[in-house]
Write a protein that binds this ligand. Structure first.
Ligand SMILES: [Zn+2]
Length: 414
């Protein structure tokens, strides 16, 4: 005897009494079938139900459901145990209703959203994914398409139309058919791909081909219970359009979280949601100006430093000492620019020290190979680095090493 699927006629049934008809071992776990069940297996893009099985009798053991699988019309319930449970045991089956209702809201929401793309744009849904963080549909524009592309504005339009279907509180119409011939006469948006045990699901009217499709999932009583449909993103995917969206309580929670982010951002910018974009643009413009001024100032500082060092070199101010200047505020890249500008005026080697990173920048006019000096000597003080003829970096772990390294090079070149 096949398992009676109580969820087919009443997806709102949360619990039932049932009798075990078969017990098998599934990958080390006990799996059972019942004469009837409220547990929906995976299907139509909808995940399986979770919940509990309570054994009736003196022991009254409770097991959790790990997975629900449909196999040859029977429904296998995998339990979180390897106990040997006797055939014929009477049990209470109870689904996790919160999870099921969430699944029904999302799944029914997908029916509505897909239906609207079909009706308004002639788009065909070629893929549905119900993930932990979002749902996606892949809309394909084929022969019967009414548009040549899908834009974000069109997605927003479809979202609004879908929410209007929710406001209209249309009944979900679920019809079971025993024969393919009988079912295939009905208006529907996709040709039938199942031969038997066919369920057609639509909303509003059985005359709406765009709203009707064969589906084995569980659905809400009316479109109003979906509550909300919200799209988040549109992207191209294998010649189709992938739309990320949410439905039901999840859509509302996501809305709430994103509004919170917007309000927090508004507080930081001293703006309300209505002027947050203009305030942000004004701030970005200011930042751009400041960053331009900053780079001009740095150019000026580098140019003045170059002149000052060249003047000092010309009057012999570094004679008899290690020719070096130390910097804290200028970055290594700034010092590299300064080094390049300085290079033609340098005799032997000049050092630019970047103190925060314990780095010595060696500058020469090219007659002495700075890169080779670093390569051959930095390692003595655990330093590393390299460069070319006129410019090279020697990076150390301590400031003292920078000084001893410069001292060594200076003596070496004397
Ligand atoms: Zn469905």
């Amino acid at each position: 005897m096949k398992t009676k699927k109580l969820f087919k006629d009443n997806p709102y049934l949360v619990k039932t009494e049932a009798q075990i008809t078969e017990v098998i071992n599934s990958e080390g776990k006990t799996a059972v079938t019942f004469d009837q069940t409220v547990f929906f297996p995976e299907g139509g893009g909808q995940p399986w139900d979770l919940g509990t099985v309570t054994l009736r009798g003196p022991e009254a053991k409770v097991y959790n459901i790990l997975k629900v699988i449909e196999s040859d019309g029977d429904i296998l319930h995998v339990l979180d145990t390897d106990d040997d449970i006797p055939l014929g045991t009477e049990c209470l089956l109870e689904i996790d209703w919160e999870r099921r209702f969430d699944n029904m809201q999302r799944h029914t929401g997908e029916h509505i959203f897909t239906g609207v793309f079909d009706r308004d744009f002639g788009g065909t849904n070629r893929g549905f994914h119900m993930g932990d963080d979002y749902m996606t549909i892949d809309i394909s524009l084929e022969d019967r398409a009414k548009v040549d592309k899908l834009t974000w504005d069109m997605v927003l339009e479809a979202e609004l139309k879908s929410n209007e279907i929710i406001y209209q509180d249309l009944p979900m119409i679920v019809r079971h058919f025993n024969s393919f011939e009988e079912a295939s006469k009905e208006p529907m948006r996709k040709p039938l791909s199942v031969e038997e045990d066919i369920t057609l699901v639509g909303f509003g009217s059985t005359d709406y081909d765009w709203a009707c499709v064969a589906c084995c999932g569980t659905h809400l009583k009316s479109t109003a219970q979906v509550g909300l449909i919200k799209a988040f993103k549109l992207e191209s995917n294998k010649g189709m359009y992938r739309i990320y969206f949410e439905a039901g309580r999840r859509a509302f929670i996501r809305y709430q979280q994103e509004m919170e982010t917007l309000h927090t951002l508004g507080r930081k910018l001293s703006a309300g949601t209505e002027d947050i974009l203009s305030k942000y643009d004004a701030q970005a413009e200011k930042n751009h100006e400041k960053s331009f001024q900053f780079s001009q100032l740095k150019k000026e500082v580098i140019s003045r430093e170059c002149s000052r060092i060249c003047d000092n070199l010309a009057v012999g101010m570094y004679d008899g000492i290690i020719p070096c200047e130390r910097y804290n505020i200028l970055s290594l890249d700034d010092l590299t620019q300064l080094g390049r500008a300085l290079s033609p005026s340098v005799k032997k080697v000049f050092f630019l020290v970047h103190e925060p990173s314990c780095t010595a920048l060696l500058v020469s006019d090219g007659k002495i190979n700075c890169g080779r000096l670093v390569k051959e000597n930095a390692g003595i003080y655990n330093g590393k680095g390299g460069g070319n003829d006129i410019l090279a970096r020697a990076i150390f772990t301590k400031t003292e090493y920078v000084d001893t390294f410069m001292d060594l090079i200076e003596k070496h070149l004397r």
